[in-house]
Each structure stands twice: as structure tokens, then as C-alpha cells.
Design a protein around this ligand. Sequence first.
Ligand code: NI
Length: 189
Amino acid sequence: MPLVDPAGFLNYFNSMEKLEIIKVPNSLLRTKSNPIERVDDDLREFIDAMFQTMYDAPGVGLAAIQVAEPIRLFIADISTEEEPDKPYAFINPEIVHRSEEMRTHEEGCLSLPEVFVELERPNSCVVRYIDREGKQQEETFEGMMSTVIQHELDHLNGTLFVDHLSRLKRDRIIKKYLKDRKNENADPI
Ligand code: NI
């Protein structure tokens, strides 16, 4: 049932609402996300809510599927006080080239809190994507940004960073994570 809201307060309030980040073992994280057909104000509003959610977490990257929307979109902002960068939104992103040179980074994920794993990925990549304004872009990213982009793009295909480990290692990490989480959520006696 629609609510009567002549002053527009509800819309304002809703747009300020933080989104909920889903976590392992939520099976949605294994979904392959669908291409986005239109970049409009609704999508931009959703992107803004994603940024708010990511900054609040805090995190440097967030894929739409992590807030339960199976659409091909992720955001990234690796800015620090010392090294300012800009916030990016990647719509229907595609990596068209990866460097042979690799880079190692200790990765974490907002959907698998407190798990950190050192992974090796190409040091630079060329990404074709649509930006927040709906413009087609092709850009080369290096270093930390290259790592974040590859991690987030994996999410759109239902892949988690721990999937890059051996199955044995991955299963051990997930098992420990679930056990720790169960202990945390247990009612105090
Ligand atoms: Ni992640």
C-alpha cells in the first residue's frame, strides 16, 4: 500500500538508509549477476546507497550482489588521506586485458569478515564499463585498484576470493569462519 508523503520526507529518509551486506553462507553470493539494461536515477540512487554502505562498513569495494541485488555493478574507492583517488561505479564491467606482471595483496571481503588471504592477481587490467552517467568507458587500472576490480568482478560471477585457494585450504577457512561466527552469535549463558 502506498504511503502518502507530500513533503517527500520518506524518500529522503529511504535514500539515506543503509543497505544490508549479506555474508557467507548466503547462497546469493554464488549467483551470476545479470547485465544492467538502463542507467537511470533509480540506479544512481542505489549506487549512492551502496557507497554509503561501503564507507560505513568500512570497505574499499562493494558489489551489488553483496547487498542482495544480482545486477552487474560494483563500486570502488581506494582513497586514503595521503593518496586521494575518486569513487568509481562500474556498470556491466568487463576486463579486456590483464597484465602478465602479478601483484600480491592480502585480501579481505565484507561478505567474509575477518578473513584475510594473500592472493596474487595481475598487476594491471584494462576495464570496459559504463559509468554512473551512462557513458561507455575503457580505462587501465594498476596496483591496488587492479586488485579491487578483479576481486569485485569475481563477485558478479558468483566467485569469492577464497575460491582462488586450493579447495582444501578454502574449505578449512570457511569451516573455521562459520564456527567462529556461530560462537559469536551464541546466546550468553
Ligand atoms: Ni568481496
